[in-house]
Design a protein around this ligand. Structure first.
Ligand code: ADP
Ligand code: ZN
Ligand code: ZN
Length: 751
């Protein structure tokens, strides 16, 4: 309870004599701010939100620390206006993790800490609802059969079954909508199946009735059992790389390890790379475990997010499933972290705080002394390297579980078998055959739109973005030219704007164009295109996946969206239309990324009882990297790339950071980075190599010129020492007035 009486100061603060509070303020500044405690300090402790005067306005910040003295003149310190919480909204563990992030990524701690709160809390909403009443099933309710003719009551019972501590009104509002559950609750109460508890009156963690397990999993095969045993027998912190081919039963390994953790009354955090993969996993979890889930991803409304976050933070939800930022969710009893598809680039945030959720997960597990499992069929080179260095423990699943056989992979030489609308004769024939046999074919092309270029064949004019160094992509169905970098749009011209000639020609192939030609060539099949354009509306991806799960005689055409972890049991043929795209790119990570995509998409074939076939079109059939992929040997592929990385001194063999600068002024970014380089050179020893500044691979984007400088070091601590000295001084450089800078520690994208 908040004590508003002024005389309560300063007694409630933990250490006697505390004079200042260190407060995280959402501002791009590298430090915490000292304030005098509020006059009504109540139970204020680190992790509580406060309202503070800041500049001429006011902000909501978070108490990070309390101290006896300030390095500032205490007479000039301002006083906290108001304490918003009577108990911390961020636990010590979460605060410490966030502070670690701020220091590792050299980012303003206030932005990191305040940014980890759900939007509603950030804006000052109360952390507890006004009516802290909770609903719980009675003994009779727990053993009763839910009434078949009252689906709402049945749904409410199911939700409450999993919640040994009951659920409160906010959580029920979020799960069912405000009116629906209230009426159902009254009906259940009348039957004597439901009771209302006062907020504080919480049951201890009694085991939910009916047991934790709703359904039996399959009997684990030997490699799975070994992996589960390894996870459960770790004593304290350990990172385990679950390196298993697609369909080898990684998810079943997660589930078995989770079950033991849940039995021990600990929480489990499961990270997935993207929102599109959550429904599938949530359905499987819901079918297996009899306990509440908290689901956190970018598609939630503020209210939903807050409710889910709170269920995790107050320990009601034993399982939390979420995308990247869920790694920061406070979980008081966290006992196991799982990072599925750990190689996936979506785990890295590309703006503001540029953190990698996998790496944060590993750090979090280390601090908590718990195991963290990284799962993938195509582990990142970083993780494989960590296994070689024996920092991670590698667990392998080498064959598919159940009946499914591994697909056969074959290359098609496009120089000998000339493609028509992107399809070689062999691939076209294979599609025909698989459709004939009532199955599905999946074609992969990582380029959306109709064509990447519009060219006038009379005068050579090319449709280019006004604001980027890039061509505009043709989106014919919508009659648009669009820039995939800044999202500029204009109408698709029917004549050349430069010479007036009719019909500028589309050059190259995108998914939209292939879709059109597939419709013509395979009239007996349904063609479904799955990319960012076709799945823009909320729920459309799920609807499409539903259609695909049931489907026969379909050709699925998609970008990398389709390559990721979806179960597509009827797909028997996978065609990669252009393996060369990306495999030989400029970015030093391009090869790794494309190889992973090829293996992942190939893994979609033949997951049920039907054997699969994978055809890969290329103009470089003799390339040894492709050869390794075809032989089904991702590890030979990865070893080759690791060898190249060690030769060139790139990550994971050296630590890297990238300093970027951008401005509307062409020279300003390079000028700032030149000054930064000078500054860096003056504080760094020989042990950090500075490369650049150089223009970014796409120098102009969205009207801004961009430059970058790489910092590389054999020893991570040396790199960080330099960054710690450099970043606080950047803003003081004269050139910093004309360009914006940002730092990316462990960058994964060089553009
Ligand atoms: P992954 O996560 O590695 O892609 P899954 O765990 O999803 O693999 O398993 C692939 C399929 O094989 C699923 O349908 C799963 O139910 C089934 N499966 C997994 N393990 C076994 C097992 N030990 N016995 C029989 N079927 C299994
Ligand atoms: Zn022209
Ligand atoms: Zn653009």
């Amino acid at each position: 309870m908040t004590d508003n009486s002024p005389q309560s100061y300063p007694q409630p603060i933990s250490e006697a004599g505390t004079r200042v509070w260190r407060i995280a303020v959402p501002a791009p500044l590298e430090k915490l701010f000292d304030y005098l405690p509020a006059s009504a300090a109540g139970n204020a402790a680190p992790g509580c939100r406060v309202r503070i005067p800041f500049g001429r306005g006011s902000r909501i910040g978070v108490i990070v620390d309390t101290a006896a003295t300030s390095t500032f003149d205490p007479r000039r310190l301002r006083r906290v206006t108001e304490v918003l919480d009577d108990a911390p909204v961020l636990s010590d563990e979460t605060l410490t993790l966030l502070l670690w992030c701020a220091s590792y990524y050299h980012h303003a701690p206030g932005e990191v800490i305040c940014g980890a709160l759900p939007g509603l809390l950030r804006r000052g909403a109360p952390a507890h609802s006004g009516t802290p009443q909770r609903l719980r099933l009675t003994e009779a309710g727990r053993t009763a059969t839910p009434p078949a003719r009252a689906p709402r009551q049945a749904a409410l019972m199911n939700a409450l079954r999993g919640a040994a501590n009951g659920l409160d009104a906010n959580e029920l509002d979020a799960a069912f909508g405000e009116d629906d559950w209230r009426r159902a609750a009254r009906a259940l109460e009348e039957r004597g199946w439901l009771e209302r508890l006062a907020g504080e009156d919480r049951a201890n963690h009694e085991t939910a009735s009916g047991g934790l397990r709703l359904a039996e999993g399959p009997v684990l095969h030997e490699q799975q059992a070994t992996a589960v045993e390894a996870i459960l027998s770790t004593n304290g912190f350990q990172t385990l790389l679950l390196d298993g081919i697609t369909g080898s039963g990684k998810t079943e390994v997660y589930f078995a390890a989770m079950e033991e953790t849940l039995r021990a009354e600990r929480q489990v955090l499961v990270l997935v790379p993207e929102i599109g993969l959550t429904p599938q996993l949530v359905a499987r979890l819901g079918a297996r475990f009899n306990c509440p889930l908290s689901i956190l991803h970018s598609g939630l409304s503020d209210g939903e997010r807050f409710a889910a976050w709170r269920r995790a933070a107050n320990g009601i939800a034993p399982i939390v499933v979420g995308t990247r930022s869920a790694v920061f969710t406070p979980m008081p009893r966290l006992g196991l972290i799982i990072v599925d598809e750990e190689h996936d680039g979506s785990y890295k945030q590309q703006e503001s705080l540029r953190y990698h959720a996998r790496d944060v997960a590993v750090m979090r597990a280390r601090r908590l002394g718990i195991p963290v499992v990284l799962g993938s069929a195509t582990p990142s080179l970083e993780s494989l390297h960590n296994c070689i260095r024996e920092r991670y423990r590698r667990l392998v699943l080498t064959h598919r579980a159940g009946a499914a056989a591994t697909p056969a992979l074959r290359l098609i030489d496009l120089r000998a078998d000339r493609p028509k609308d992107g399809l070689s004769g062999q691939l076209a024939a294979a599609i025909e055959a698989h459709i004939e046999s009532d199955a599905q074919a999946l074609l992969f092309l990582n380029r959306r739109g109709y064509a990447p270029t519009l060219l006038c064949e009379s005068c050579g004019w090319v449709a280019a973005c006004q604001r980027c160094d890039a061509h505009l992509t043709i989106h014919r169905a919508r009659g648009l030219l669009r820039c995939h970098h800044c999202d500029a749009r204009q109408r698709l011209p029917s004549t050349c704007p430069q010479c007036g000639a009719a019909g500028p020609a589309p050059i190259g192939l995108g998914t939209e164009r292939i879709e059109e030609s597939l419709r013509e060539r395979f009239p007996g099949a349904e063609v479904l295109r799955i990319d960012r354009d076709s799945t823009r509306r909320r729920g459309s991806l799920e609807a499409m996946m539903e259609r695909i799960r049931e489907g026969r005689r379909q050709i699925l055409l998609g970008t990398q969206m389709l390559a990721k972890g979806h179960h597509l049991p009827n797909v028997t043929l996978v065609g990669v239309l252009d393996a060369d795209q990306g495999l030989f790119g400029v970015d030093y990570r391009a090869g790794e990324r494309m190889g992973q995509l090829i293996v992942q998409v190939a893994g979609r074939a033949g997951r049920a009882e039907r054997p699969g076939e994978v055809l890969i079109q290329t103009r470089c059939p003799d390339n040894p990297l492709l050869g390794a992929l075809i032989a089904g040997d991702y590890h030979a592929f990865a070893r080759t790339l690791l060898h190249e990385r060690s030769q060139s001194g790139m990550p994971p063999f050296r630590s890297m950071a990238m300093l970027r600068a951008e401005s509307v002024n062409r020279d300003a970014p390079a000028n700032l980075l030149d000054a930064a380089r000078e500054l860096a050179a003056s504080v760094a020893g020989e042990d950090v190599e500075l490369l650049g500044p150089a223009p970014a691979p796409m120098e102009r984007r969205a009207g801004r010129y961009r430059a970058q400088m790489l910092l590389l070091a054999d020893r991570r601590d040396r790199l960080h020492a330099l960054l710690a000295a450099l970043t606080p001084r950047m803003d003081a450089l004269a050139a910093a007035h004309r360009a914006r800078w940002s730092l990316d520690v462990d960058p994964i994208d060089e553009s």
